[in-house]
Ligand binder design. Structure first.
Ligand code: MG
Length: 251
């Protein structure tokens, strides 16, 4: 009986330990709530107000070399790479905000104190454009003194490598799910930020990444059973459109 109690106590402590490690990242901000929209300033403020660990958002370089925050390459009739900032700024988000520039987004983030920014740089049509975007993003993060609160993610391995060169102390994660953890380690990146389906194909990558000293983020996990599965697997971060549900499961 005594042994059984000790075993159960150890099991509870282990479960708590795993749960405590998982950090909640709001995907495109916290947008599934009134007055918000994906990648809006409101979604950033709302992710902070509900106590998320981090808030993810997407960045493009416009035809005239400006940085804007948006997910889809073509959105409301504008192409992020082929239209100018002035043209793109005619877009109204679903909550009535004008589509934000990265400058506006970072100025908004400066008002918060602990929320981590998870900045995704979108893959661009040429390596030259990507290198330009990397330089401009680095400059903006330095200007707003947000480097110590920002992690960077990208599907572009070129962008990841360029960021690593420019910002050796910043955590950079690769998104594309086609590189084994040891390859990510060799590139000096902080970890893997792969889709649920990548981890369904390669469940061993979570353990392998941790053995390499890498961190593991999984996207985009919204269903309760999937959230519970990845909590049980001991991932470091879960990126979700349902941050409040994940918070409840972690309580
Ligand atoms: Mg994204």
């Amino acid at each position: 009986m005594k042994q059984r109690i000790i075993f159960l106590a150890m099991l509870c402590a282990w479960c708590l330990c795993i749960s405590a490690q998982v950090k909640v990242v709001a995907h495109r901000g916290y947008w599934k709530t009134s007055g918000s929209a994906q990648n809006s300033l409101a979604s950033l403020i709302k992710a902070d107000s509900i106590g998320c660990f981090g808030s993810e958002f997407d960045v493009w370089l416009t035809a005239d070399g400006k940085l804007v925050v948006d997910h889809d390459k073509t959105f409301k009739g504008m192409n992020m790479e082929e239209n100018t900032l002035k043209e793109i700024r005619t877009i109204k988000l679903d909550n009535g905000e004008t589509l934000p520039t990265l400058d506006e987004y970072l100025r908004c983030a400066q008002k918060q104190t602990t929320l981590r920014l998870v900045l995704e740089m979108k893959p661009l049509s040429t390596l030259y454009c990507e290198d330009e975007a990397v330089k401009k993003i680095v400059k903006a993060l330095k200007k707003y003194k947000l480097l110590d609160r920002t992690d960077i993610i990208s599907f572009s391995i070129n962008a990841c490598i360029q960021f690593k060169k420019a910002l050796p102390d910043t955590k950079i994660y690769y998104l594309n799910g086609d590189l084994w953890p040891y390859r990510i380690k060799a590139l000096g990146l902080a970890g893997i930020d792969y889709s649920m389906s990548d981890f369904q194909k390669h469940p061993e990558w979570i353990k392998e990444a941790h053995e390499q000293g890498l961190e593991v983020n999984v996207w985009t996990v919204d269903k309760e059973e999937d959230l519970r599965y990845f909590i049980s697997q001991g991932v470091d971060y879960i990126t979700t459109n349902e941050p409040e549900l994940l918070q409840r499961l972690l309580e």
